[in-house]
Design a binder for this molecule. Structure first.
Ligand code: ARG
Length: 461
């Protein structure tokens, strides 16, 4: 296929260089957006009298036909084309001759590619937001089901205080809600049209950038034509937002992996979401969660790669910027793929609530409540803390728990202990009394879930 820019060249491009230079392998996935941008451009050229209304109509109609043909598989994208922009223009010209040759008036591939990627990523953002919304729904439903399931809460991976499984799950719910919000922010800043920036300096033709922007569903135009063709902030922001989604999924995966182990045995993954070992017949491995954790690395890599590509290039367009696409496509594909398996894995897992409760009963996780008890009897917290520490030490030495110590034994540490202590350090009571906003009690978590459901509805609105 002839290059768009053959005019001043006497020799064809070296075959290997051609391959090196070409982006059709990966930018062909933006063919729909490329055509959408061109349709809007042709409409604008016709409306402004830069081409005739008939030419404009013909170009738009033919472009739509080309899109339909590619959709239907009756037109193959030529892998020898330099990029998707060249391919579409060549196909258009093949079909309608000179009218097709007029489409590129007052436009450059520099603003064309900048518009394509924004349109394309806008779509990907919506898909990921939808997948995150389903994940949130699943988390909220699971939290409702596990409202009263007591488990140990951890700090430093040491049992710390009793919480409910619902409370732990909702912590992840909050992260994914923020992710949806963050993606919305990205989309908002991304949603301005660079079309009409042309190569870098705009054009002398009487174009209407606002009209094309409106046709393409943008909220405005890039106000500086140089910035219009050389800004890739939206790709960086999106890669960062995707990296954050992956970081959250990875932390959740890490916990799932721990919870599946014999050491914890808090959950069991469904057979359809686990794998076996080729040698150890007893094994049931959480490969899905591990892969999600592992794939986080490649999405971070995509972010670092685009940041690095952009750091040293002068204004305006430079070919380095062609390297913006594969990374962000990979990041979007990876996030989507992970979310598609993660949510059903979560939905089908079995919660082993007895084991969670047994784990909560060990490890003195009601020690803070014992100290709080002494505070309600008038001791300053620091003093109560010290006495409780001594009691825990004594329990450890004598292989006892706070529940199995007798009142007499307690009273050797402080006269303030009474019979009501045992109700105060009862596991359910310890959780139920943490009613502070955002706290672990089922009542507080009920409020949290209600808030989260409302927030989700606002975010996906
Ligand atoms: N394939 C190019 C890219 O992805 C399209 C823009 C080419 N512009 C140019 N002046 N060579 O960046």
């Amino acid at each position: 296929m002839d290059k768009l820019w053959t005019g001043r060249f006497k020799k064809a491009l070296d075959a290997e260089v051609n391959d090196f230079n070409s982006s059709i392998r990966f930018d062909s996935r933006m063919y729909r957006e490329d055509i959408e941008g061109s349709v809007a451009h042709a409409a604008m050229l016709g409306r402004q009298g830069i081409i005739t209304p008939e030419e404009s109509e013909l170009i738009q109609k033919t472009l739509k036909q080309i899109r339909a043909d590619i959709d239907a598989g009756t037109l193959d994208i030529d892998p020898a084309a330099e990029d998707i922009h060249s391919f579409v223009e060549a196909e258009l010209t093949k079909r309608i001759g000179d009218a097709g040759r007029k489409l590129h008036t007052a436009r450059s591939r520099n603003d064309q590619v900048a518009v394509d990627i924004r349109l394309y990523l806008r779509g990907r953002i919506e898909t990921v937001k939808g997948l995150l919304a389903s994940l949130c729904e699943e988390i909220f439903t699971l939290a409702e089901k596990n409202r009263d399931v007591i488990m140990p809460g951890y700090t430093h991976l040491q049992r710390a205080q009793p919480i409910t499984f619902a409370h732990q799950l909702m912590a992840y719910g909050m992260m994914f809600l923020r992710d949806i919000d963050r993606l919305g922010d990205c989309r908002r800043r991304m949603n301005v049209s660079p079309l009409g920036s042309c190569a870098l300096a705009g054009t002398g033709f009487d174009t209407d950038r606002y009209f094309e922007a409106q046709l393409l569903g943008f909220d405005g135009i890039s106000e500086n034509s140089i910035d219009g063709v050389s800004d890739r902030d939206h790709i960086i922001e999106l890669a960062a937002a995707f990296s954050t989604v992956m970081m959250h999924l990875s932390r959740f995966s890490e916990e799932i992996i721990l919870w599946c182990s014999w050491e914890f045995k808090f959950i069991e993954l469904d057979d359809a979401y686990s794998t076996g070992s080729s040698i150890m017949p007893q094994k049931k491995n959480p490969d899905i969660a591990e892969l999600v954790r592992g794939k986080t690395g490649r999405v971070y890599g995509d972010l670092v790669s685009i940041l690095t590509v952009m750091k040293g290039i002068p204004l305006a367009y430079n070919k380095d910027m062609q390297e913006d696409k594969e990374g962000i496509f990979d990041a979007a594909d990876t996030v989507e793929q992970c979310l598609r398996v993660f949510t059903p894995m979560l939905a089908t897992m079995r919660v082993l609530e007895k084991n969670m409760r047994t784990a909560a009963a060990k490890g003195f996780i009601n020690a803070t409540d014992c100290a709080d008890y002494l505070v309600t009897k008038g001791l300053p917290f620091r003093t109560a803390y010290k006495i409780t520490g001594e009691i825990v030490g004594c329990c450890v030495e004598n292989e006892k728990t706070l529940e199995t110590m007798t009142l007499e034994e307690y009273r050797q540490f402080s006269e303030l202990f009474g019979e009501d202590l045992f109700a105060a350090i009862d596991m359910d009571a310890c959780v139920a009394k943490r009613t502070s906003a955002g706290g672990a009690s089922p009542a507080a978590v009920d409020r949290e879930i209600a808030w989260a459901r409302k927030r989700l509805a606002q975010l996906v609105d």
